[in-house]
Design a binder for this molecule. Structure first.
Ligand code: TPP
Ligand SMILES: O=c1ccn([C@@H]2O[C@H](COP(=O)(O)O)[C@@H](O)[C@H]2O)c(=O)[nH]1
Length: 232
């Protein structure tokens, strides 16, 4: 029997809004260490429109000139030297603290980057999601290039996958041990009270069935991943 204690609804429209208009809709904008260099480069002539509220990390990657630029524009520079946790984990903890302080309710935390390049860093990005497993924390959605990842907590989840930016492929990955009771609808290969576990069964190369809604019920944390059309 599956124990279900929470219900969550996730919509990729929230992702879409976050990507389309971060200056309009993001309550707090954050850069993680070297991410500040990337923002500085990518924003180019629109740099003034994309000023992070804070930049945090061990600050071994952000260029001093970039930190100075954002500091002069009002960004807080927060040094987090702890070498037992990644800069992403530490910045997400800071962000959750600030949301709590401000008593802000947000739909999602959208992290851009972290799913490409160094494999240890990709795994660390996913591990960061495991640190943030509290029922009152908003879902953290990580996107990079054509991939999205989000940790589903134990409970029932309704995923709205009907914005047109979904690519079609998806997966359910039991990153935190075994998920003994997983039931889904909305997929080409659905699960009915089945176990997902590495070495037993992992749902990769699955496909949305076109209905626009995916339901997932799981008794243990389960990573949802899917393809996006528009590379970020
Ligand atoms: C068992 C163990 N393995 C590895 C480390 C090292 N370590 C873990 S997180 C971390 C900080 C990583 O910093 P970040 O800027 O997020 O990544 P970087 O680009 O420096 O690799 C370090 C050094 C450790 N403290 N403990
Ligand atoms: O290849 C990478 C490098 C970094 N990240 C993420 O960025 C932060 C900060 O890393 P710095 O190298 O100190 O700038 C790191 O915690 C990762 O979350 C990455 O995803 N991939």
């Amino acid at each position: 029997m599956c124990s279900v204690d929470t219900k969550h609804t996730l919509t990729s429209q929230a992702v879409y809004r976050g990507v389309e208009g971060p200056t309009l809709s993001a309550v707090i904008k954050v850069c993680v260490d070297g991410g500040a260099n990337r923002l500085h480069d990518l924003a180019g002539s629109e740099r003034e429109r994309f000023i992070p509220d804070f930049i945090s990390g061990d600050l071994d990657s952000a260029f001093p000139t970039v930190l100075e630029f954002y500091k002069n524009k009002g960004s807080d520079i927060i040094h987090t030297p702890d070498q037992d946790y990644t800069d992403f984990t530490k910045s997400t903890q800071l962000l959750l603290g600030k949301l709590l302080e401000k008593k802000e309710q947000v739909d999602i935390i959208l992290a851009v980057g972290g799913l490409g390049g160094r494999f240890d860093q990709i795994m660390a990005s996913i591990e960061t999601l495991c640190h943030m497993q509290t029922a009152d924390a908003p879902p953290i959605i990580v996107i990079q290039q054509n991939s999205l990842a989000c940790l589903l907590l134990p409970g029932s989840h309704t995923l709205s996958v009907n914005t047109g930016i979904e690519k079609g492929w998806c997966g359910l990955i039991p990153i935190d041990g075994s998920c003994d009771h997983v039931t889904t609808s909305g997929l080409k290969w659905n699960l009915v009270d089945q176990r997902l576990q590495f070495g037993v069964l992992v749902s990769t190369s699955n496909t949305l069935d076109g209905s626009g809604i995916v339901h997932v019920t799981t008794d243990a944390p389960l990573l949802w991943t899917m393809g996006l059309k528009n590379a970020v």
